[in-house]
Design a protein around this ligand. Structure first.
Ligand code: SF4
Length: 261
């Protein structure tokens, strides 16, 4: 058993005795970035929000080539393995799909042809009411006070209840050790291990030091990011001015990713 896992079980035992999750998380944080405790230390320039949200203007992202730099930026920064021979080994933080697969509750047989062939960026929706968080037995996935649904890789026991609970397929499981398949290792972000679930984190580590998410930076203005509860934020302005849709809205999870179509 890896040391980090053993440490999890020791600390989880303490937690079960009634000390609660906070000391557990702090204990992992104190192990440092190399231990992948996934503690996001806020700097002086940290960006804050009540609920971070994203508005993707899909009219500006018409082809797979438009999406490529956005997906690449995320993959590189988050050490996502890209050498995939077996579909089971695919790790997705942000990916693309066609309208019929992305908006399964909004399809019709006579869709505008251009929209039908447009690739849509998909990612974790950082739902305001996230079923994945409720399903996790170890609180390895939890909602931050800025609305981001986070993953603590060390607390994940690989049960995959969160994957079953997420109706958006936004989570991936490491069926193999991903480390040998990472093209360029970014030392600033923890790598994961076999048996752990992962997903998009809205670049919490970048927001903590005053930077926007990598996909937003790489999008050439096609993706806006801001506080859903700040009426003057860019995302609120865009929501006011444009008709937007969200994925599987009727399920009541309240996705924080909006699409201008
Ligand atoms: Fe959880 Fe899925 Fe919603 Fe992300 S999209 S918060 S993984 S339910």
């Amino acid at each position: 058993m890896k040391n980090s896992r053993r440490r999890f079980l020791q600390i989880a035992g303490v937690s079960a005795l009634g000390l609660g999750a906070k000391p557990v998380l702090d204990a992992f944080a104190s192990e440092g970035a190399a231990g992948a405790g996934y503690h996001v230390a806020k700097g002086e320039d940290a960006l804050s929000a009540k609920q971070w949200a994203m508005v993707i203007d899909t009219r500006k992202l018409q082809t797979a080539e438009d999406l490529e730099p956005i997906i690449d930026a995320c993959n590189k920064i988050h050490n996502i393995p890209t050498a995939i021979e077996n579909k089971n080994h695919e790790i997705k933080w942000i990916w693309d799909a066609h309208y019929h697969n992305a908006f399964t509750d909004k399809t019709n047989n006579f869709l505008d042809e251009e929209v039908e062939h447009r690739p849509f960026l998909l990612l974790c929706n950082h739902c305001e009411n996230p079923p994945c968080v409720r399903a996790c037995p170890t609180q390895a996935t939890f909602k931050n006070d800025n609305g981001i649904v986070m993953m603590d890789f060390h607390r994940c026991i690989g049960c995959r209840f969160c994957m079953a609970a997420c109706p958006f397929g936004a989570r991936s499981f490491n069926f193999r050790d991903p480390r040998p398949f990472i093209e360029e290792n970014n030392k600033e972000f923890p790598t994961r291990m076999k048996g752990v679930v992962e997903k998009c984190n809205f670049c919490a580590e970048r927001l903590a030091v005053g930077k926007l998410p990598a996909c937003v930076e790489a999008s050439n203005g096609a993706i806006a990011f801001g506080d859903l509860y700040d009426e003057h934020s860019e995302v609120r302005e865009l929501l006011k001015e444009n008709y937007t849709i969200r994925r599987k809205q009727t399920l009541g999870t309240e996705p924080s990713v909006y699409y201008i179509v």
